[in-house]
Write a protein that binds this ligand. Structure first.
Ligand SMILES: NC(=O)c1ccc[n+]([C@@H]2O[C@H](COP(=O)([O-])OP(=O)(O)OC[C@H]3O[C@@H](n4cnc5c(N)ncnc54)[C@H](OP(=O)(O)O)[C@@H]3O)[C@@H](O)[C@H]2O)c1
Length: 245
């Protein structure tokens, strides 16, 4: 039997990048996977179609993760379509990088709402069916920026640090309900998010990675599978960072 057979997973921002690799990996592991997207309509439909063509049960919902009411509706829809919810992966995220002195209120609000409030929205909504089931896994996709800070990312680093605090706190709140809550905090990953970063800046960032390699989305997805599977049943409130000190 596959590792995640019979499980139902929900991934936010699953049509591209790290989220897409997570959807693919959870689905390959045997889970029924629902994912959300905001603007990548064509990619989401194509990806869901490809998974269904492989015989994998897949649901795709267009929804803004920054909206509490939309997030609650997605969770209700997943439970209605799939009968339960075992795994939640909070992956949706954006950057609006600028030095503090030039950062606008809009840059701040958009990043906090999309990267941090979204995790609150989905954790709150998903914990209800998970508590009723007496079982669940929540995996938050944070960032090494939230651990170490990163010049030009005051909004993003604050959101990701907040996500780490959220992870550790709700891990404590939900521990006795048999719900494990953990986070991954990747460094550089080869996705659209970093494609506009200046090459010399990328090289400098990669130079402090012990393996001197930028991660592939599939490598991050494997960590998420670990935190989603029974292999991590005795692990909660943990943050698995990239290869930095
Ligand atoms: N790439 C890196 O180096 C790196 C490093 C550490 C952590 N991360 C984190 O990993 C996660 C995925 O990033 P990525 O690199 O895969 O970036 P990406 O390729 O830019 O993808 C971002 C994803 O987030 C979704 N999204 C954005 N705003 C959303 C919203 N309001 N509602 C729902 N979905 C939304 C996007 O969906 P649509 O396209 O449909 O809008 C897309 O699927 C993010 O949380 C990011 O902070 C990335």
């Amino acid at each position: 039997m596959s590792l995640l057979e019979g499980k139902v997973a929900l991934v936010t921002g699953g049509a591209r990048g790290i989220g897409k690799a997570i959807v693919e990996a959870l689905s390959r592991g045997g889970a029924t996977v629902a994912f959300t997207y905001k603007s990548s309509v064509a990619s989401a439909e194509k990806f869901a179609g490809e998974l269904r063509a492989k015989g994998r049960t897949t649901y795709a919902y267009q929804s803004d993760a920054a909206s509490l009411s939309e997030s609650a509706k997605v969770v209700e829809q997943v439970v209605s379509d799939c009968g339960r919810l075992d795994i939640l992966v909070n992956n949706a995220g954006i950057t609006r990088d600028r030095l503090l002195i030039r950062m606008t209120e809009q840059d701040w609000d958009e990043v906090i709402d999309t990267n941090l409030k979204s995790a609150f929205n989905y954790c709150k909504a998903a914990s209800r069916p998970m508590i009723a089931q007496r079982q669940g896994k929540i995996v938050n996709v944070a960032s090494i920026s939230g651990v170490m800070g990163n010049a030009g990312q005051a909004n993003y680093s604050a959101a990701k640090s907040g996500m780490i605090g959220l992870t550790k706190t709700i891990a404590k709140e939900l521990a006795t309900r048999n719900i494990q809550v953990n986070a991954v905090a990747p460094g550089l990953v080869a996705t659209d998010m970093v494609k506009n970063v200046d090459l010399s800046q990328l090289e400098e960032m990669a130079s402090i990675i012990p393996m001197k390699l930028i991660a592939q989305p599939e490598e991050i997805a494997e960590l998420v599978v670990f935190f989603s599977s029974p292999a991590s049943d005795y692990v909660t409130g943990q943050v698995l960072p990239g290869q930095y000190d």
